[in-house]
Design a protein around this ligand. Structure first.
Ligand code: IMP
Length: 174
């Protein structure tokens, strides 16, 4: 599978975002909330490039199907473990695609009354957006192609591939 972004390119962008976040939140602390499972690796790397205090939590949502489903039927499978009221929160996602997952999660997290809420995503596919939502921190904007690696899967496989690769169109059904 062709490489879209190498390990070195990913590490460089993650470092840059980490520095940006560290500047934006200088003097405060942050809660990073990762969306399982895809964001686990990005969160692990990102958290270590952020120099302000940061803790982790994770949420999991049901997948509504990989293809062109626009029902917006996203369901929470696992909620946060610790209260975020009054805290600075960054939702950490692997890919911002249709936007359904993150707009659902953003609404849900805002109900907990955090002091602030931002979104960090490793990849952004703006062409695929069905609901208006943008991330505050984006490592890479990509065209409408299915990718795997660096936490991202095809049918649960390839999450451990260290770079980000293009999954063959003819197999992606995307
Ligand atoms: P959204 O709700 O459509 O924005 O979907 C986001 C989720 O779909 C991401 O968190 C990924 O888990 C999954 N996804 C979207 N595009 C890809 C891809 O190219 N490869 C792997 N997973 C993807």
């Amino acid at each position: 599978m062709d490489i879209l972004f190498t390990q070195a390119e990913i590490a460089q962008r993650v470092r840059e975002i980490g520095e940006e976040i560290s500047r934006d939140y200088a003097g405060s602390s942050i809660v990073l909330i990762g969306v399982l499972k895809g964001a686990a690796i990005f969160l692990a790397d990102l958290s270590r490039t952020i120099t302000v205090d940061n803790t982790f939590d994770f949420v999991a949502v049901s997948s509504y199907g990989r293809a062109r489903v626009s029902s917006g039927a996203v369901k929470l499978i696992k909620d946060i473990d610790n209260p975020i009221e009054g805290k600075h929160v960054i939702l950490v996602e692997d890919i911002l695609d249709t936007g359904l997952t993150l707009s659902y999660l953003r609404g849900l997290m805002l109900q907990h009354k955090p002091a602030s809420l931002k979104i960090a995503t490793c990849l952004d596919k703006p062409e695929r957006r069905l609901v208006p939502i943008e991330a505050d921190y984006v490592a890479f904007k990509i065209p409408n192609r299915f990718v795997i690696g660096y936490g991202m899967d095809y049918a649960e496989i390839y999450r451990n591939v260290p770079d980000i690769r293009l999954f063959p169109e003819e197999l992606a059904g995307h």
